[in-house]
Each structure stands twice: as C-alpha cells, then as structure tokens.
Design a protein around this ligand. Structure first.
Ligand code: T4K
Length: 373
C-alpha cells in the first residue's frame, strides 16, 4: 500500500535559513544573548508599529505574558472568562490565586457571550479575560461598555489573533491589555514567545521589571517576578518572520478559501463565518459537527482522517472547567453552548504550507462520510 503523507494540525513557518543565519551571526561577536538585547528591543518597536499599538512588552512565552499581566494589573477575587480555550488562560488566572468564573460562549464565533457577562458579576469581580479564540474577534464594543459600567479591568487573551484588525484598529488596542502568543504553532512565531500590548505606560514599566525577577537596578528589586525574558535567538526569529508575515497570511487565505469552497453548505458541518469589519488572520480552521445532521460524529471524522495520516485536533476539548486539575474546585458553570461545541469541534490542519491537493484530500475524506448536502 502506498504510504500516505503525514499532515499535522499545524506546521511552523520558517524564514529562509540564510536570512536567520545572517541576523544571528552578529551575536557571535556581541555575545549579548538575552536580557533585553538589541534584537529584543528592535522587535518590540517593529511589533508596536505592525500591531498599531503604543507599547509591546516581550516575554519568553505567551503564558507568562498573561500571568504577569494579571499580576501587574493587581486583579483580585473573581475573573470572568470562558472555558472554551487552551488551558493556559485558566491556569494563568488560577496561578495568580484568582477564581475563574466561567461564562458561556457565543455559538457563532465561540468567543465570550456578552449577554451572559453581567449576570456573573459580583462584588468580588475584578476583571474580564475574554479570548479571541481561533482569531475570532470578541464583541469588544459591548465588553468595553460592561467593563466601564462595572469598573472592571479587561485583559484579552489574543494568543490566536496576531495581525487581526477591527475597523482598521489593531486587535491589541482593546481593553487594558492584550496577550499574544508567538509559539511555533502560531501565525507569527518567535519559536516560543509572547507579548503584552497596552497603552498604559506604567504597566509597561512594571512588566519590564517583573519579567526580570522584579529587578529595577543592581541594588533595587521592587517587585516580585520570575524570569520571563525573550532571548535574542527568539527575537531574531520574530524579526525574520515579521518580514514574511504578509505572505504567510496570503497563503493561509488560499487554504482557508478552499476549505470553505469544499465544506460550506454541507449539512451538519458548522463553519466560522467571517466577521463584519474584521480583517482576519486565518489562524485555525475549526468545524463543528452536528452528528444528527451530518450522520457521523466529530470523533468518527477525526479517526477516519487519522487512518490516512491526517491529524486534526480537538481544540478545545475538554472545556478547561472540566479538566482534572480543577475538578470540584470552582462553582458549576452554566456553559451549555461551550459544552455542546467542545463535544463537536474539530480543528482541521491549517498552515501556510498546506497544499491545495492536501486540503482536497482532507475534504474528500470528510465528504465521503457526509449523508449528502
Ligand atoms: N492562550 C491560548 C488561547 C492559547 O491557545 C495558547 C497556546 C496560550 C494562551 C499560551 O501561549 P504560549 O505560552 O504557548 O505561547 C499548542 C501550542 O503549544 C500552544 O502554544 C497553543 N496555544 C495550543 C493551542 O497549541 P499543543 O500541545 O496542542 O501543541 P503540539 O506540540 O501538539 O503541536 C501541534 C502541532 O503543531 C504539531 O502537530 C505540529 C505543529 N508543530 C508543533 C511544534 C511544537 C510544529 O510545526 N512545530 C513545532 O515546533 O499546544
């Protein structure tokens, strides 16, 4: 039997090897490898321009960026968030000693259901941490209104949303701050890495120290923090990838369009629709399988693809509220839409290097299971 090509859910985009080598070569002379080096500083400036935000603070990964942002903003008590996310979002809240209060999601784009937030606010609530899941924009206007009315902070988990804009504004310009992940699997990466964007200069200065053990100068340590600095090799990877980002998006858009041509209108398959006024980044291609209409379950589709060496993933199942480490710890959440979606979602392979023939092979396999349009 002919061996089939393995296709994974994501695949890191690499800059041309020579471009990376040329940019890391000076490091052998300077021997300045980390601790806010030249490339670190250059990347944060370049990203601020690219993301259309006043300040970008870089971190060794997105998770620590979020954890430290929560700490720096001094959140206390309860934080309203969604359980339909990567476990990092909830872990960052809990590791700061806060209580996550789980809000349901919008069935159209899987971001926080803004109509359910106010019911969850108590006198202990200090913030909302919504997630621009798959790069889908949260209802930032309603969230801003609610936050203002109740004096709450807002930190967006924008791990998936690099490059997204809303009415021309960078996605990182909403709320008090936003966290981005630059992990190898993301549309833009620095191998591992992450950032916080904000317009709050005080927050920037606190984060600067916090990610470096709280060190202010050689003799003064005025805040508590871990080591969460981005090193020069990561920063150079980011500088190289940023140059190629427009091509990355163009290639992803082609893949995304092909998936939609092949899968939209299929009974029982729910796709994310493009959002009004949003320039998207084609980060993920989730499908939600209504098994009663489609005739097969999400797991059956996943298994059939896997038999052909195609490894789709259940991003995000289980809900973070259901994870072993949280069992019995927090109040039972009424998150019916999130629970229904998590049982049925499958994230299909998506990357800039996925060939159209591969997309067709994936779609052919899925459609071969369909009960018809
Ligand atoms: N908030 C949200 C909403 C997030 O999704 C994430 C991360 C975070 C916060 C935290 O940000 P970071 O601290 O990670 O910066 C992956 C990523 O590790 C994780 O960054 C990401 N979300 C999550 C959704 O996906 P895994 O455990 O599923 O990754 P893994 O190792 O199974 O890789 C998936 C596929 O990616 C592989 O099948 C092949 C490809 N891949 C992977 C690696 C590691 C590559 O092509 N190159 C690579 O180097 O978590």
């Amino acid at each position: 039997m002919k061996e089939e090509k393995t296709i994974l859910v994501a695949r890191s985009s690499m800059p041309p090897f020579e471009e990376y080598v040329e940019k890391i070569r000076p490091l052998w002379d300077s021997v300045w490898l980390t601790n806010m080096g030249e490339n670190h500083e250059a990347l944060s400036r370049e990203l601020a321009t690219f993301l259309k935000v006043p300040y970008v603070s870089l971190f060794t990964n997105g998770h620590l960026a979020l954890e430290l942002c929560i700490q720096a903003l001094g959140l206390q008590g309860e934080v309203i968030t969604t359980p339909f996310t990567f476990v990092s979002t909830t872990q960052a809240i809990v590791r700061n000693g806060l209580t996550p209060v789980f809000c349901d999601i919008d069935p159209k784009n899987y971001t926080i259901d803004v109509n359910r937030i106010e019911d969850l606010i108590t006198e202990k609530t200090s913030a909302i941490i919504p997630v621009h899941v798959y790069g889908n924009l949260c209802d930032v206007d309603s969230i801003e209104e609610i936050a203002k009315k109740h004096h709450l902070k807002v930190i967006y988990d924008a791990a998936h949303a690099f490059g997204v804009t809303y009415r021309g504004k960078g996605v990182g310009s909403f709320g008090d701050a936003s966290m981005f992940s630059f992990h190898a699997t993301k549309v833009f990466h620095t191998i591992e890495g992450g950032a916080v964007t904000t317009d709050n200069e005080e927050l920037v200065s606190l984060l600067y120290r916090m990610r470096d053990f709280g060190i202010k100068d050689e003799e003064i340590v005025d805040t508590i923090g871990p080591n969460a600095k981005m090193n020069e090799f990561q920063a150079v990877m980011g500088r190289c990838n940023l140059v190629h980002f427009p091509e990355e998006i163009e290639k992803r858009a082609v893949v995304w369009k092909r998936y939609r041509e092949r899968l939209s209108g299929v009974r029982g398959l729910i796709l994310c629709e493009p959002q009004k006024d949003v320039e998207q980044n084609y980060a993920y291609f989730p499908i939600v399988v209504n098994e009663k209409q489609f005739g097969h379950t999400r797991d059956e589709i996943k298994d059939v693809l896997a038999m052909h060496q195609i490894f789709a993933r259940k991003y995000f199942y289980p809900l973070t509220s259901q994870m072993e480490c949280y069992k019995g710890r927090f109040a039972d959440a009424d998150v019916k839409v999130a629970a229904w979606t998590a049982e049925r979602v499958l994230t299909l392979p998506m990357s800039a290097v996925l060939e159209i023939s591969d997309v067709d092979r994936i779609c052919d396999l899925i459609l071969s299971l369909s009960d018809g349009k």
